[in-house]
Design a protein around this ligand. Structure first.
Ligand code: PAF
Length: 275
């Protein structure tokens, strides 16, 4: 695997790489990321992974400084997965001057759900992803469905800007007990790690109730929030939304997804399940 820390270096390598799949990450790679690398391989001749902890998408007081940085271990995993190129720029390479031009996704997509609790987060994500697309010029780019709203924002950005690339979503990879793999799981204490799979269990119950014909979505959401609270979580939201645009469903809409974000101690976890 070739490691590039400059835009010029990556661009030179990309020139002769044929059909390219890009998998942007912030590192601290787990099986979910590696599944995306494997999926990327089936779409392209060469895979470019990126590792860049993007300051722009963190709010003051969030975990930018402490976000786990495990570069050597990440390189070993990517090499073992057969990834051809890793782009791992410094902040000075990505943001040599303040990023005054940014991508502002519409509030009805980026100001809801996670965007309501992390204002500006999706602006930071969209901006860095747009930059990575301009730098790597991929034919296809892959993002995990665990970050469902992020995937929607990036898909819509690519479509509305006529970007010449395909956006592909990868299925969430879970631990045996159901917990969605996430770099932030490492923050959990042993007791919290035991409690953490309940988030997925509760989402499964909501999805099951909807599949079984229950249409009082507000009650399902409220009961799920209460159940989380009763087990010591501090939920930001549990929300049933339309898969296509994450807007509120009307009575007869099908194609729903249930999404949740909740804090366990100081760790904020998100998860979702298509119904
Ligand atoms: O999902 C992530 O890891 C990040 O939000 C991304 C897409 C790499 C942008 O920094």
């Amino acid at each position: 695997m070739r490691i590039h820390d400059t835009i010029a270096g990556l661009r030179a390598a990309r020139g002769s790489a044929g059909r390219v799949a890009l998998v942007p990450t912030m590192g601290n790679l787990h099986e979910g990321h590696i599944a995306l690398m494997t999926q990327a391989r089936s779409h392209a001749d060469q895979v470019i992974a990126t590792i860049f902890v993007n300051r722009l998408q963190f709010r003051p007081g969030e975990d930018f400084e402490t976000y786990p940085r495990t570069f050597q271990a990440d390189c070993e995993k990517l090499a073992a997965a057969g990834v051809e190129h890793l782009f791992a720029p410094t902040e000075a390479e990505m943001y040599p001057q303040p990023q005054t031009y940014q991508i502002e996704p519409p509030p009805e997509q980026a100001g809801i759900l996670d965007g309501e609790f992390r204002p500006g987060h999706f602006r930071g994500v969209a901006t860095v992803v747009m930059k990575l697309f301009q730098i790597a010029q991929p034919d296809v780019a892959l993002f995990g469905k665990k970050d469902y709203q992020q995937l929607m924002v990036i898909r819509n950005m690519a479509r509305e800007f006529n970007l010449p690339l395909e956006i592909v979503g990868g299925e969430t990879v879970r631990a045996a007990d159901g917990l969605a793999l996430s770099s932030r799981n490492g923050y959990l204490s042993a007791a919290e790690r035991t409690q953490a799979p309940n988030l997925y269990r509760i989402l499964c119950n909501v999805a099951e109730a909807v599949r079984g014909g229950s249409r009082d979505l507000a009650k399902l959401e409220k009961d799920a929030v209460l159940e989380l609270q009763a087990s010591g979580w501090i939920p930001d939201y549990v929300a049933l939304r339309k898969k296509v645009d994450l807007q509120l469903p009307s009575a007869h809409d099908s194609g729903l997804v249930v999404l949740a974000a909740a804090r366990l101690g100081s760790t904020r976890l998100i998860d979702n399940l298509e119904v």
